[in-house]
Design a protein around this ligand. Structure first.
Ligand code: MN3
Length: 204
């Protein structure tokens, strides 16, 4: 079965003013759609890989035939990264509570320290990529990846990720990536992130 583009779980304008409706529309309907289409194209005739959960396909990226591996890496990563990205945003903000809030404080000192570290990771990524909070090696970690590389490729589970490709922010913020990151905290869906965290810890 082919991979499919999940619908945005809210209208294009739901994250205004932090993320404008036009950016959301182009980002989902064109960029994410292209990753899905190109992933399916790369996997044509590859029955062993077409029916895997996207997370498993990425965990086992090194088993994908070499002649299509780069296409699967870029487009499969793009599909997984964006599917998570839509899900962890809403008209939200605030701070995480419960076990996630506690463990963020335990690991990074406090919530402000966590945000500062994630911003550093996302700002320090030269060119296109992502900043992440992941569950890996039995602990929370902040990392960044290049292009559409996914934490699953490093056997980490992404809990939260911010897209810092220019297509994610350029219409509204132009070259001001830092302003976009600051505004992005207003649209984090902490209950959704907390759910991902509890599932990751439970090994689901
Ligand atoms: Mn993107």
């Amino acid at each position: 079965m082919a991979y499919t583009l999940p619908p945005l779980p809210y209208p294009n304008n739901a994250l205004e003013p932090s993320i404008d409706a036009t950016t959301m529309e182009i980002h989902h309907d064109r960029h994410h759609k292209a990753y899905v289409d190109n992933l399916n194209k790369a996997l044509e005739g590859q029955a062993a890989f077409q029916n895997k959960k996207i997370e498993d396909l990425l965990r086992e990226i090194n088993k994908v035939p070499e002649n299509i591996r780069t296409a699967v890496r870029n487009n499969g990563g793009g599909h997984a990264n964006h599917s998570m990205f839509w899900e962890i945003m809403t008209k939200g903000g605030g701070e995480p509570t419960g076990p996630l809030g506690d463990d963020i404080k335990k690991t990074f000192g406090d919530f402000v320290g966590f945000k500062t570290k994630l911003k550093e990771a996302a700002m320090g990524r030269f060119g296109s990529g992502w900043g992440w909070l992941v569950w890996g090696g039995g602990k929370l970690q902040i990392i960044s990846t290049a292009n559409q590389d996914s934490p699953y490729m490093e056997q980490h589970i992404p809990i939260l990720g911010i897209d810092v490709w220019e297509h994610a922010y350029y219409l509204k913020y132009q070259n001001k990536r830092a302003d976009y990151i600051d505004a992005w905290w207003n649209v984090v869906n902490w209950p959704a992130v907390a759910k991902r965290y509890s599932e990751a810890k439970a090994g689901k």
